[in-house]
Design a protein around this ligand. Structure first.
Ligand code: ADP
Ligand code: MG
Length: 212
């Protein structure tokens, strides 16, 4: 079973619900090594995304992802807005006009998302950013797609790997973003953006799995 525009909308709704549920946790993580707004930024952005897809009713997965990107860019303050926005924009471009995504297309979209974040923010592995969740997610998604898995399992593999990647940011010293201002004092905390990436992927996987 593939992934249609309606499925992507359902995934974004699930993402919004997760972000709302973990708002305070993300604020807490960002309080430790940033400015305590990541949960608020993400919650505001995803609420706006859900409101927009309700009225705009985009017809392909790519159109939904593109709409999500533009809403995130215009509503999320902070570094994470343009970064997530670019990720969703690149994911949209990667799936083009396809109407029903298979596992390989979903894996390709996640890879395009990572490439977008890197193009925009110039972070590399172990800089303690969302890239540390996305790199293992891309690898796991690729492997799952190559084994012939569909969207739900590809997303589930990506989500599991992203959680491990996010967890592994804890001992790192930040080299990008606001947390890098803390230098060595940024060690000992999970990166909020890596955590939100993992949470979103889990929500997307659960939404996809709920109907497969
Ligand atoms: P701000 O840092 O402007 O307050 P947020 O708190 O919403 O924005 O987002 C912070 C998150 O953004 C970090 O936890 C990190 O994952 C991510 N981030 C910041 N800079 C970069 C970058 N250059 N590349 C990738 N991710 C980044
Ligand atoms: Mg912040």
């Amino acid at each position: 079973m593939g992934c249609t525009a309606q499925d992507v909308i359902a995934a974004l709704r699930a993402g919004a619900a997760t972000v709302a549920e973990h708002r305070d946790e993300l604020i807490g993580l960002d309080r430790a090594i940033g400015d305590a707004d990541h949960g608020e930024n993400m919650d505001r952005g995803f609420r706006a995304v859900v409101a927009k897809v309700d009225t705009a009713a985009p017809e392909t997965p790519g159109a939904v992802l593109k709409l999500c990107a533009t809403v995130l860019i215009s509503t999320v303050g902070g570094a994470s807005g343009p970064l997530y926005g670019t990720a969703f924009l690149r994911a949209a471009a990667a799936v083009g006009d396809e109407t029903d995504l298979d596992g390989a297309a979903v894996a390709k979209a996640i890879k395009a998302g990572l490439d977008g974040v890197v193009a925009r923010g110039k972070a590399v592995a172990e800089d303690k950013t969302m890239v540390d969740a996305l790199i293992p997610a891309v690898e796991a998604a690729k492997n799952a797609a190559e084994s012939g898995e569909g969207p739900a399992k590809v997303l589930a593999a990506a989500a599991d790997a992203a959680h491990q990647g996010a967890q592994a940011t804890e001992p790192l010293v930040a080299r990008k973003g606001r947390a890098s201002y803390l230098g060595e004092r940024s060690a000992g905390h999970i990166d909020p953006g890596a955590r939100s990436t993992a949470l979103l992927l889990t929500a997307f996987a659960e939404a996809a799995g709920a109907r497969s």
